[in-house]
Design a binder for this molecule. Sequence first.
Ligand SMILES: [Fe+2]
Ligand SMILES: [Fe+2]
Length: 365
Amino acid sequence: MHPTDSADHYRTPMEIAWQFDYAIDIQKLRDLYAKAKRQQWDAEQLLDWNQTIDPSKPLVDDRQSAVMQIPFMQRLDAKRRAAFNAHNTAYTLSQFLHGEQGALMVAAQQVHAVPDYEAKLYAATQAMDEARHVEVFERYVRKLAEIYPINGTLKALIDVTLKSDHWVKVCIGMQMVIEGLALGAFHNMRRVTTDPLLRQIVESVLRDEARHVAFGNVYVREAIRDMHDDDREDVAQFAFEAMRYMVEANGGGRRRGQVNMPDPTYTRVLENSDIDPADFVRGIMDALGEGFRPSRAVGALHSFRDLMMPSLVRVGAVTPRTRALFAEAQIRIYDDTATLEALEDADFEVRPGTDDHENPTAGRA
Ligand SMILES: [Fe+2]
Ligand SMILES: [Fe+2]
C-alpha cells in the first residue's frame, strides 16, 4: 500500500466462533461488560466542540518533546520550530486517528472470533468505544493543519494483527502491543498539550482504554494458561515478532543506534516545516554520536517498558523459549506491572519508573 492511498482491502483467515450456551462463566468479564455499558459517553454532549484552538499558542509544550531537545532542532529559527510543533502534533494526532480505526476493526474481529459468550458482549462495547475514538480524533484533527497518512510501522502492526489466525493473537496484537503504544502516547499527549479540548478528549479516551487493557489481561491470561504447549509457543512467537518489529522500526534492539530515514509519511511534516529531511536525520545521528540522551520529562510514560512488555509477561505470552529470542535480539524484558495496574484502575496519575533507553525518534511512531 502506498502511504497516500485512501483505501486498502484484503482477506483474512480468521476463524469464526458461534456460542450457543449463553453461559456467563467468567465473572470478571461480566463485570467488565457492565462497567463498559455504564461508562458509555457521547462525544457530542460531553465535549465542547465550539472551543477554538489558539493558533498563536503551540499545541504541545516544546520543552517536553524529546525531538525538540536535539541540538539541531534547538538551532532552528522560531518560525520553523513553531511550524514543526504544529505539523508534528497534527502527525501524531493523525496516527491516533488511524490507530483508532484499526482498533475498531480489530474489536469487531474479536466479537466474531472470541469463543465465549460474555467475551463477545464485552468486545461489542469495545467496538463502540473505538468508533467513538475514531469520531473524536477525526473531528479534532480536522481543526488542525491536515490529516497525515498512516505511519508504515503502525499500519504493519495493525495489519499483522488483523491477518492473524487466532483470537489470542488478535488480543495480543491489539490489547497489548498496539494499545500499549497508544496508551503511552495518549498519556503523554494529555501531559504535554496546552489545549483544554485536546486534553479532555484524551482523558475521555483513556478511561475507555483502561477497560480494554483489563480485558486483555483477564481473558487472555486464562486462555494462554489452558493452551496446548505448541499453541502457546505459536502465540509467544507472534508476540515476539510483533515486539521485535516495533523495536527495530524505532532504531532499537540489535539495530540500536541506527537511524533510519524517517517514514515517508513523516517526511511531509519536515517539508511542511521547511526542514530538510536529510539534515534532520543527520542532526539526530550527530546528537546520538555525541552521546546525546534526551532528559526524560517527569511523569512521561514509556509504552514499551511500562505497558507492552509487562502486559505480555503478565498473561504468559513470553515463554522461556522466546525469552532467549528476546535476549538474542537484544530486547530487554520488563515485568514490573505497577504502571499497568495503576492505569487499569482508570487512575490517570500513573507513576512511571525511571527511563533507561528512550530513543529520540520513538515519538514519531
Ligand atoms: Fe481506542
Ligand atoms: Fe482501545
